[in-house]
Ligand binder design. Structure first.
Ligand code: AQP
Length: 337
């Protein structure tokens, strides 16, 4: 049987090279061999402070960028999380069986909570349960995860096994929820900030110059790469712990120029930073250009985008509603016809 995969990106800003090279690029391959569901996780994006107008715009641009990057609506189900109300409903049901102390251990919560000061919402604490609902609703076999999401996937597995299947599967037949497995992503896909090679490239980094957005104009890309942090050594190399910027930019160059690690390392071994940055800029612009072209066509055609999202919602709802019904039934919630 074809394995089912679910993943998503938060519309917390315009997608950047990290989102593309670390996630979406792999989804494009996965859709050829798996049954794939890709959502824009807008309910996750509101767990931190947000601007409503930006959220709408980013939700649409994220969906359009999925398609522009090569997610094919004929092969994959593309939808917006909040369009399928089963996500919020299952989240509530899971909340009622998830111990609070499991949540307090979540590293990402602790990290994000520090940044929020006194404004930490219950939603931020509950983020991993909503993520569990996203995954479990689709009875997903595999979830592509980066290092930072492994703990959340473990939580989803524990909730499904210990708190739902073991407790409520009294009929003893098929399990209620499928236990998903992590799909480890391609090596070298973690993209770091242009301003700090030890920090992940992030949509919410207040420093615009730390990331290359997939919608950045060529002049802006040139400027950002020119200003990217370097070190005082000549030549670039991989995996030197004292040279995180060299490792990051060389990784970017390897992926964007379509070469391999050995050739890139050889080519850039003795090159100066200025010359290297020109090469990187050229590779980056030429790879992003076709994505931007497709994106611009799509964003000018709201009917086409609405059609994709409407169709995605219908397909996603069908699967999600069937799982939700199973869980409600197992919980003993009364149904009337
Ligand atoms: N820098 C990165 N390198 C590789 N992969 C990355 N991803 C994000 N940043 C990088 C991958 O993109 C997918 C979607 O991420 P997300 O938007 O749901 O959350 P995130 O990981 O928190 O992404 P950001 O850009 O850092 O968003 P904010 O700033 O809002 O927190 C995931 O698969 C992620 O691994």
């Amino acid at each position: 049987m074809t394995k089912r995969v679910l993943s998503g990106v938060q519309p917390t800003g315009v997608l950047h090279l990290g989102n593309w090279l670390g996630a979406i690029r792999n989804w494009v391959d996965l859709q050829k061999t798996h049954e794939t569901f890709f959502c824009v996780v807008d309910l996750h994006a509101i767990t931190v402070g947000h601007n409503p107008n930006d959220l709408k715009e980013n939700t649409l641009s994220t969906a359009a960028l999925y398609v522009a990057c090569g997610i094919d609506p004929k092969l994959s189900t593309i939808f917006v999380q909040s369009h399928v109300s089963a996500h919020s409903e299952l989240c509530w049901l899971l909340n009622c069986v998830t111990p609070l102390n499991w949540m307090e251990r979540m590293i990402q919560f602790k990290e994000k909570a520090i940044k929020q000061g006194d404004n930490v919402s219950i939603g931020l604490l509950d983020y991993p349960v909503l993520m569990a609902a996203d995954i479990l609703l689709y009875q997903s076999d595999l979830v592509p995860v980066g290092e930072d999401q492994k703990q959340h996937l473990e939580l989803a597995r524990d909730i499904a096994q210990q708190r739902i299947n073991n407790r409520f599967n009294i009929k003893g037949n098929d399990s209620i929820l499928k236990i998903p497995k992590a799909l480890i992503m391609k090596e070298g896909a973690k993209i770091m900030s242009l301003q700090d090679g030890r920090k992940k490239m992030s949509k919410s980094d207040p420093n615009e110059g730390s990331r290359i957005g997939l919608l950045d104009a060529p002049e802006l890309i040139t400027k950002k790469i020119k200003r990217a942090k370097t070190d005082s050594l000549l030549g670039l190399e991989f995996d030197n712990p004292d040279r995180p910027e060299a490792n990051n930019l060389l990784t970017l160059y390897t992926i964007l120029s379509g070469t391999n690690k050995e050739s890139a390392a050889l080519e850039c071994k003795e090159i100066g930073w200025g010359k290297f940055k020109n090469l990187l800029t050229e590779a980056c612009i030429s790879k992003i250009e076709p994505i931007q072209k497709k994106y611009n066509q799509l964003i000018k055609d709201p009917d086409q985008l609405n059609f994709i999202l409407e169709e995605g919602r219908t397909k996603a709802e069908e699967v999600a509603e069937s799982t939700l019904k199973k869980v409600k039934d197992a919980f003993g919630l009364l149904e009337i016809n």
